[in-house]
Design a protein around this ligand. Sequence first.
Ligand SMILES: N=CN[C@@H](CCC(=O)O)C(=O)O
Length: 301
Amino acid sequence: MKNIEQHDYAGRVDNPEIKERLHQVISQWDSSTPSGAPVFIGFRSEEGVKRNKGRRGAFDGPVVVRQKLASMPYEKPVFDYGSILGDHDLEASQTALGQSVAAVLSNNQFPLIIGGGHETLYGHYLGVRQAFPDKKLAVVNFDAHFDLRDEQPSSGTMFHQILSDDPDIDYYVFGIQESGNTASLFRTADRFGVRYALMNEVRNTDVYTRVLEELKEYDAVFATLCMDSVQQSVAPGTSAPAQNGYTACEIHDMVAQLAKLENLTSFDISEVAPALDIDDRTSSLAASLFHSFMTERETFQ
Ligand SMILES: N=CN[C@@H](CCC(=O)O)C(=O)O
């Protein structure tokens, strides 16, 4: 089992009588916290990025994204599980994340997972599958990359790992960049029946709206957002930045629509690498996306 680090939240207080910012309403998670609430879980890991020969820095993502969230307006109950402290044993770190996600899901709460390299998604998946062993699942990925490499587990292999082992899951990915994926990866996507939309299709067609309707038919859906799906000028602090990625407006809109999907179980935002960031753009954007998600999701108490 990996160590779990707890986080202190601090921020601006306008009027001590009124709790209206996230740091004033967030509490530490335990198994008696109420059902229906959002629960932050951090995954401090960059071992997957290291193995994928990417640019490192995501280990501190969960710390800095929480700092950005702290002063945002929020008045409803919200909880923090802490962060799994990952290390070179990526597989054990992902297993620990999976156990944490499953514990929160089995309390009927909603995990909001703060990565970590995009290897976060594999731990996220392990938790969802543990909580829903017999369900037909869909995973939605906002990403420039397929992450379908057939190699030692890393931040570039998670969907190959999942689709190779689990026949009861469909993979949808939005924002694929032709400049970021080889022909072999496109062939692998076709072989696994991946439903993918290139960035231009996302921008110029109604594919996302149509897929959101399709997703309602699954027993459960979980989602992941790699910050490298956003254009580098807006999100510079990532391992493998994209030039033609989402604008801040586009990705906020997509996340707001996702939040309305009733059978969505959990959501992670990964690949915030503070050491590579400029003026905290990437961490601030990730926090803003979590905030949009939380305010749009009607079932949060
Ligand atoms: N979605 C993220 N993927 C990887 C890069 C994928 C690749 O190398 O093809 C990452 O950021 O580490």
